[in-house]
Design a protein around this ligand. Structure first.
Ligand code: ADP
Length: 323
């Protein structure tokens, strides 16, 4: 490869900037020309592509969001859109792509690099941690720490008023944010999409805690939890336990923003560096991940397919620790 492009696509996550910086500076170090593609795949189709220099990525490692912006692009789902994208890359001589994004973005990259002779390397950037072949995804650690900070604050006010709080965190398909933040804040119950929600079991457990005069109760719910999220869970609790003072708090988009943690900056830097090396070694259609503290390469199609599981031992531990 001689000229590479880097883009961020799909849902944003804190730490994407650190990954962009690593890709740009590693590429330049190896004598490549590096282009920044704006707004994900939309930027390729609309030819919104800018040359990157070392100074283009100065002062961004600590910033949330993404300087390249991100977008969802319907046109890239169609063969005609991808052909247009290919023609634009070809005209500029770009012969390698680094795609920072989640499973949707990887699906797009996989299809694109099978159709055309442009190798694509994926970097997992998603707060949800719903990608196989890596222990970490960029943004998860920041999102979970943001959630923990917020839930700690809710605990203070829950304690002051003896209230029951149902707190909704992000995670449409994966319950990792709920699981990690729930354990770290001492939540009594954690409801996640990977596990069928037994609302009856939850009610009985809350009744039992009420009998034992356990005063602070916090239930952390992932947005994709099958019962329907915090509002639905609270509705049933209010009906069944009318004496409890139940409140709902939906953390929402604050979980996507903010300065990335050290952990997210570190993995983003390692993955960005490694992605460029992959392109130089002639790898294609792989995602760079970190497993047991070593770089690992997984075919893009595998990274999006297999889901990591949350074992029953985690759930058992939550129950024991919250008793
Ligand atoms: P994320 O990468 O965060 O999972 P999305 O699922 O929205 O976000 O995917 C981001 C973009 O990737 C989409 O807007 C689309 O342009 C592209 N994409 C997703 N799935 C496909 C697909 N099956 N074929 C082609 N492009 C896809």
């Amino acid at each position: 490869v001689t000229k590479i492009g880097v883009l961020t696509s799909g849902g944003d996550s804190p730490g994407m900037n650190a990954a962009i910086r690593a890709v740009v500076r590693t590429g330049l170090y190896y004598g490549l020309e590096v282009f920044g593609i704006m707004r994900g795949y939309a930027g390729i189709i609309e030819n919104d592509i800018v040359p990157m220099h070392s100074r283009s990525v100065a002062n961004i490692i600590q910033r949330g969001g993404t300087v390249l912006k991100t977008a969802r692009c319907k046109e890239f789902m169609q063969p005609e859109g991808r052909k247009k994208a290919y023609d634009n890359l070809k005209a500029l001589g770009i012969d390698g792509l680094v795609v920072i994004g989640g499973d949707g973005s990887f699906r797009g990259a996989d299809i694109f690099s099978r159709e055309f002779d442009i190798p694509c390397i994926g970097i997992p950037g998603t707060i949800d941690k719903d990608i196989a072949g890596t222990d970490f995804t960029i943004g998860f650690d920041t999102a979970v720490n943001t959630a923990v900070e917020a839930i700690d604050k809710i605990r203070d006010t829950a304690d002051a008023h003896d209230r029951l709080f149902i707190i909704e965190v992000m995670g449409r398909d994966a319950g990792y944010i709920a699981l990690h933040s729930g354990i770290a804040t001492g939540a009594e119950h954690i409801l996640i999409p990977e596990r069928k929600t037994d609302i009856e079991e939850l009610i009985v457990s809350l009744q039992e805690k009420e009998r034992r005069k356990k005063l602070v109760n916090m239930v952390v719910v992932a947005e994709g939890e099958e019962f329907g999220g915090a509002n639905e869970v609270a509705k049933v609790i209010k009906e069944r336990l009318p004496q409890s003072d139940t409140r709902v708090c939906i953390l929402g988009h604050i979980q996507r923003g903010g300065a990335p943690t050290c952990m997210d900056r570190l993995i983003a830097s390692r993955m960005g560096y490694s992605a460029v090396e992959c392109l130089m070694e002639g790898k294609h259609n792989v995602m760079v991940g970190i497993v047991n503290n070593k770089m690992q390469y997984t075919l893009l199609e595998k990274a999006v397919k297999s889901k990591q599981r949350i074992g029953e031992d985690w759930i058992k531990m939550v129950k024991i620790l919250a008793s």
